[in-house]
Write a protein that binds this ligand. Structure first.
Ligand code: NAI
Ligand code: 13P
Length: 335
């Protein structure tokens, strides 16, 4: 896709050595391209450099030798573009420590920051206003991307030229970015689908059947659309890879950490116990109360998100949440 004369990036850095950062780094390095990855955990840096593996966050994947890890953010200073793959609650702190530069930042995390109600692009506009900014989001289980399985994804930037340059540089034979200028739509799709994946896991864990799951996906998509449109997202982005595409993926597979968390809640396990001692993130658990509060403040009706927020806070159990959703007044489908 990179046209003659178009900017292209060939020296990527990845900020974050969890499952998704590692998988993206591997996708880019698989053909021998140089990629540098910053990981917070010394054992992740050591395992990537010595054994070409990341057993802590992406067990089972063998990584390319051209993928080199560093424990210092300064180690990414020479990169010409940075994929930022830090869970949203920790994003502000990591961006604050990023060395100065003008390399584009491509945000790959899916969530909304507590209290500020900021999405990653909002945080970056405050902290790194001089850099080009983009969002990469879609139906992309990390282990499949690391294994080179076919994947399509949305790459959004404020202007088409930037989006095309980044998408062209990220594209690989089995990794196909679709270009968009709808940054907020891509961010809202990813953040809200995580919450709805928890809800679908609850339905599965409680044994409520596939009709109920299909109903939740449809009514959840209606919530995502109401929230997205109220914040300026485009309907076609929400109906695309970053919204509906990712919703379908994570609402139908226990490979999703959010779905798996919901399954535990649906079986009646306590939220606090399910959340304790986990090293991997289920971003939906962080962002459910944030999105619910933001929607409430804006007067947007998001009953499923609200129920998930109350469940992960331990305020109600799954049975009560399901009963509350089923007993809501009947309404036209378009609302
Ligand atoms: N795993 C996947 O298949 C996909 C994940 N994502 C998104 O990517 C983001 C990162 O998720 P994963 O890579 O899966 O994470 P993970 O669950 O594999 O690993 C947790 C990550 O959180 C980091 N972390 C923990 N405490 C931290 C702190 N105090 N400061 C900075 N970082 C800290 C760890 O270093 C590690 O990188 C999330 O927003 C997730 O929704 C998006 C697409 C696919
Ligand atoms: O976002 C994802 C796939 O697109 C990964 O979902 P989980 O974070 O629920 O595992």
């Amino acid at each position: 896709m990179t046209r003659e004369g178009m900017t292209s990036y060939s020296n990527f850095g990845v900020v974050g050595g969890g499952a998704w950062g590692t998988a993206l780094a591997q996708m880019l390095a698989a053909d021998g391209a140089p990629v540098r990855l910053w990981a917070r955990e010394a054992e992740v840096v050591a395992a990537i450099n010595a054994e070409h593996r990341n057993p802590l966050f992406l067990p089972g994947a063998t990584l390319a030798p051209s993928l080199v890890a560093t424990g210092e953010l300064a180690g990414l200073a020479a990169c010409d573009a940075l994929l930022v793959v830090v869970p949203v609650p920790f994003l502000r702190a990591v961006l604050t420590d990023l060395p100065a530069g003008d390399a584009p930042l491509i945000f790959c995390s899916k969530g909304m920051e507590a209290e500020s109600f900021a999405f990653p692009i909002d945080i970056a506009e405050q902290l790194c206003p001089a850099r080009p900014l983009a969002v990469l989001s879609g139906p992309t289980f990390a282990h499949e991307v690391a294994a080179g399985l076919p994947t399509a994804i949305t790459l959004a930037a404020a202007d088409t030229a930037t989006a095309e340059a980044i998408a062209g540089s990220l594209a690989r034979p089995h990794f196909r970015p679709y270009v968009s200028t709808d940054l907020i739509g891509a961010e809202i799709g990813g953040a809200v689908k995580n919450i709805l994946a928890i809800a679908c896991g609850i339905v599965d864990g409680a044994g409520l059947g596939l009709n109920a799951r299909a109903a939740l996906i449809s009514r959840g998509f209606a919530e995502m659309t109401r929230f997205g449109l109220s914040r300026g997202a485009q309907a076609e982005t929400l109906a695309g890879l970053a919204g509906l595409g990712d919703l379908v993926l994570t609402c139908t597979s226990s490979n999703s950490r959010n779905f798996a968390l919901g399954q535990g809640l649906g079986r009646g396990e306590e939220a606090a116990r399910l959340m304790a001692d986990r090293r991997t993130v289920a971003e939906g658990a962080f962002s459910a109360p944030v999105v619910a509060a933001a929607a409430r403040a804006d007067g947007i009706d998001m009953p499923i998100t609200d129920a998930v927020a109350r469940l992960v806070a331990g305020e109600i159990r799954a049975g009560e949440a399901i009963q509350a959703l089923l007993s809501r007044p009947l309404r036209p489908e378009g609302r």
